[in-house]
Design a protein around this ligand. Structure first.
Ligand code: PLP
Length: 422
């Protein structure tokens, strides 16, 4: 039996209808922007392996640091104990975030980072008031993860459908624009003293189709929230660590969120790790002689030293001036290419933010995630050695920052060809 056949016997894959799945390609090796399958075929990882890989695969510097940590301290319980990688990562991460973020709470992935943020906000109100606020505001098309709290604050979709009756109530609002911003602000004003927090993906909504909106309007929403004491959570799980051209997407804002959620690019795509940071306003609300005001949350692998070490190594690379130059280079290549396909009759919309380039295909009406176009595009690019994984009819490039101009050109050229062929 080959690996694909053995896989089929024992594995249940994520986001996959297992009755008739597309083939699962056995990958044996990764190097830089490339993945290699068991026949030696090379693929450009143009989606950074689900948006996590920012510096390329099997990065020798990260690998060396991780290897060293593995033979020094692989794990230790993080209640009652601490260690250098966790403290150092927090020390280095907090000043990088826009605003005055004071504390880091570790968890395992993006969904748990969101769960922790929601719990911080809800308990903030329990700890500080007699009649705690419980309402949460989120964008109608948001995606914040797959655990129950994270699902609840995500838009209702085919992903959440079987669980909708069990998800808690959330006040969903439209993405802000010039036309609706006044109305959204008056809705916030109206609901103000019931609302515990507002959670958002800053400027780019990932999984719901790489939707984009302008910083100016998010700024206005945050300003309105702050006027009413509504806590704000920036879910930078996807946008963080350079993805949108800055280290963090919220750098484009004047107003500062109270909480940040980070994961995906945090360890350079090497290990799972989640981070929730908060300012002193939130943290201080949990300081008390009353034990009930404690944040009773944690995971077995909270602040795993190996994962924290991978994050430190990834940060070393991210903070090198060359990395920011690569990010800017990718953004300009994207821009140049976008200009050449502007107004293409097969494309409904082209949009870009930093290293993310999005091409929304015309589908003649059916725009759903399950649109048949999706599989055709996906297989088309795989055949040509490019991993692009459209969200329905939304094709996007979201590459590791080490991708070369040649590889970008190869992807663009194949997209042009696809526009002809499909
Ligand atoms: C992917 C994602 C999450 C969930 O992260 P996981 O690590 O997959 O649990 C949360 N928020 C955003 C914005 C994401 O893109």
């Amino acid at each position: 039996m080959n690996l694909a056949e053995r896989d089929e016997k024992v594995i249940w894959h994520p986001y996959t209808q297992m009755k008739s799945p597309l083939p699962h390609i056995p990958i044996t090796r990764g190097e830089g922007v490339y993945l290699f399958d068991e026949n030696g075929k090379k693929y450009i990882d143009a989606v950074s392996s689900w948006w996590v890989n920012i510096h390329g695969h099997a990065h020798p510097y990260i690998a060396a640091k991780v290897a060293e940590q593995l033979t020094t301290l692989e794990h230790v319980i993080f209640a009652g104990f601490t260690h250098e990688p966790a403290v150092q990562l927090a020390e280095r991460l907090l000043p990088l975030l826009p605003g005055s973020q004071e504390k880091v709470f570790y968890s395992d992935n993006g969904s748990t980072a969101v769960e922790v943020a929601l719990k911080m906000c809800l308990q903030y109100w329990v700890n500080t008031t007699k009649k705690p606020r419980t309402k949460i505001i989120a964008f109608k098309d948001a995606y914040h993860g797959d655990t129950f709290g994270a699902m609840s604050v995500s838009g209702r979709s085919i992903f959440t459908e079987p669980f909708n009756p069990l998800l808690f109530d959330v006040e969903f609002i439209e993405l802000p624009n010039a036309q609706n911003i006044a109305q959204l602000r008056s809705k916030l004003n109206y609901l103000s003293n019931e609302v515990a927090c507002f959670i958002f993906e800053p400027m780019v909504l990932g999984a719901s189709g790489m939707l984009m909106y302008e910083a100016q309007y998010l700024d206005e929403l945050i300003e309105t929230c702050q006027k009413h004491g509504i806590l704000t959570i920036a879910d930078e799980v996807m946008t963080g660590f350079g993805r949108t051209g800055k280290y963090f997407s919220c750098e484009a804002l004047q107003n500062r969120p109270d909480i940040f959620c980070l994961s995906k690019g945090l360890t350079g795509g090497t290990m799972p790790l989640g981070v929730t940071t908060c300012n002193s306003k939130i943290f201080n609300a949990f300081l008390s002689d009353d034990k009930l005001k404690t944040l009773y949350h944690g995971h077995s692998f909270t602040a795993n030293p190996v994962a924290c070490t991978a994050a430190l190594a990834s940060l070393d690379i991210l903070l090198q001036p060359e990395t920011l130059l690569h990010i800017k280079r990718i953004a300009s290549r994207h821009q140049e290419f976008a200009e050449t396909i502007l107004g293409h009759p097969k494309l409904k919309n082209i949009r870009q933010n930093g290293t993310i380039l999005v091409m929304e295909w015309e589908t003649g009406g059916d725009t759903s995630y399950l649109n048949g176009l999706r599989d055709r595009l996906y297989l088309y690019f795989l055949e040509r050695g490019i991993v692009l994984r459209p969200l329905g009819n939304v094709l996007y490039i979201l590459p590791p920052y080490v991708i070369s101009d040649e590889d970008l050109a190869y992807i663009y050229q194949n997209i042009l060809q696809a526009l002809n062929d499909i």
